[in-house]
Design a protein. Structure first.
Length: 506
């Protein structure tokens, strides 16, 4: 870890700072002014509780049991039981980046003072971030409102419950704390409910998905340019002037990217036959996906600065009293809708890829041997690649049904509306995995098409095909392509084809 980043305000984070802390593992420090803000919020909350006011989740039960009072003698243990009683998740653990992101966003939200937690809790979370604390948070979906189940697993480790991963192995949190010379945190008033009643997980899931989506869209546009070039498709549909006529920023960016990759000369600009629609609408389909990602990025910048606690302690104004205000900010509706939109947009990118690959294998359009075999008839060529992508595209389409529209009553009617961030995130992750695999199949076919065509492509496309050729020899006789697919999939995941780095996962 490097020297670190000073958190001076709760709303300081942007995607760059977030990435440095979460992915780059830079240390965090908290400025004196931020500690003072948290302290003032804590003092105000304690004074409010000392006045005898009723406080949801502090002096009362939760959900349908909010009408039940919690005796003063039970309130401390109740905060601990809030975490323990909701840690009911199953499934493989979420990635370290997602867990670190959720911890960071709970910390920054607490620094606003609105949650009323103590600076001690903020400091304990900051220390765990700096020490590489990686709680085991099951990735299984939950029907609870908000994010209470995964957050109970995450923050239960602070009090010694659950497990953390140490060198890839699960270790009891109590033991891991002891090994670090740290006592389990003793929760104070409202701190148990504060740890689970927010929405830090939705943006922590969305950030790596946005990064992965962007990288795969770059790959898809590169593959589209290769397909256009190797088949000799007319270049006119890709001129940026067409994008300017439409006015969509994402589409225009794809036009410009394709134009730079194709570097079309006079021969490619002749008024020749029309290419199939799957070739002509590449800028429109990829551009729409790019615009959805831009919208997601803008909202993520907001989410990183948001305060999502419920109840939130607000000071008095001229017209409103001081006290705890019940909130719906834990409901990550906006992000979930954008993730659903991204899911649908990238399913279309997969669908387009499948059609484009089929055209590349068709001699009537490509001018190359059918099925890209040097010996049609005796050898089947690479037709199996398209057959596999048909299945991959079907798999993506089964995941594309919006998950954000599912609402079912729970908690005896108290919790009757859910956002499902984990479910939506997992569906999007599945579609992105399908796209990654489909791209691997298409790149093998394009490498074979370049081998059979013989003609040199524009320089950036030649460089990309050369990287693929390093792991995929020409297919002169039928052979199993399973190993080739895995090697090219690794190449796509590495980001080397588009000059990037490996995309994070959830």
């Amino acid at each position: 870890m490097s020297a670190g980043i000073l958190l001076a305000r709760h709303d300081q984070l942007d995607l760059t700072l977030y990435g440095r802390i979460v992915f780059g593992r830079e240390r965090v420090a908290v400025a004196d002014g931020a500690w003072e803000t948290a302290e003032r919020g804590r003092d105000a909350l304690l004074a409010y509780l000392a006045s005898g006011a009723s406080a949801y989740g502090v002096t009362t039960g939760l959900g349908y049991l909010a009408a039940r009072a919690i005796s003063p003698g039970d309130q401390a243990s109740f905060q601990r039981s809030i975490l323990a009683g909701r840690a009911a998740g199953t499934g493989p653990p979420l990635s370290e980046a997602v867990v670190r992101g959720a911890m960071l966003l709970r910390l920054t939200g607490f620094l606003s003072g609105v949650a009323g937690v103590s600076p001690d809790l903020c400091r304990f979370i900051a220390d765990r971030l700096n020490h590489g604390w990686y709680p085991v948070v099951p990735s299984g979906v939950s029907g609870a409102a908000g994010e209470i189940v995964p957050l109970a697993h995450l923050f239960g480790t602070l009090v010694g419950d659950g497990s953390v991963l140490v060198d890839g192995r699960p270790v009891a949190a109590e033991r891991a704390l002891a090994d670090a010379g740290v006592l389990p945190y003793q929760l104070g008033a409202k701190e148990g409910i504060a740890l689970i009643n927010g929405a830090p997980l939705a943006p922590a899931l969305a950030v790596p998905l946005q990064l992965r989506s962007s990288a795969l869209l770059d790959h898809a546009t590169l593959c589209a340019a290769l397909a256009i070039a190797v088949t000799g498709a007319p270049a006119r549909p890709y001129t940026p002037r067409i994008g300017e006529l439409k006015g969509d920023p994402g589409q225009l960016a794809v036009h410009r990217r394709l134009w730079s990759l194709l570097d079309p000369g006079p021969d490619r600009l002749k008024d020749t036959r029309q290419a199939p629609i799957s070739f002509r609408v590449i800028p429109q389909v990829h551009g729409a996906a790019a615009d959805v990602l831009d919208h997601l990025s803008v909202q993520l910048e907001r989410e990183l600065r948001a305060v999502t606690d419920s109840p939130a302690y607000l000071p008095a104004t001229d017209s409103e009293p001081a006290g705890l205000y019940s909130s719906g900010n834990f409901h990550a509706q906006y992000l979930v809708l954008l993730l659903d939109a991204t899911l649908i947009a990238f399913t279309q990118v997969v669908n387009l890829l499948e059609k484009r690959l089929h055209r590349v294998l068709d001699a009537r359009f490509s001018g190359l041997p059918d099925q890209l075999t040097p010996d049609p008839g005796r050898q089947s060529g690479v037709v199996v690649l398209h057959k596999q992508v048909i299945g991959i595209a079907a798999q993506a389409r089964t995941l594309a049904s919006p998950a954000s529209v599912h609402v079912i009553e729970g908690s005896t009617g108290q919790e009757d509306f859910e956002a499902h961030p984990l479910l939506v995130a997992q569906r999007l992750d599945g579609v992105l995995s399908a796209l990654e695999l489909a791209l691997a199949h298409e790149l093998i076919a394009l490498r074979q098409a370049r081998f059979l065509a013989g003609a040199e492509l524009p320089a950036p496309l030649e460089e990309a095909i050369a990287l693929v050729a390093q792991v995929v020899p020409p297919i002169v006789e039928d052979r199993s392509l399973a190993g080739d697919v895995e090697r090219v999939r690794d190449l796509v995941a590495s980001g080397r084809l588009v000059g990037g780095v490996r995309s994070p996962s959830i």
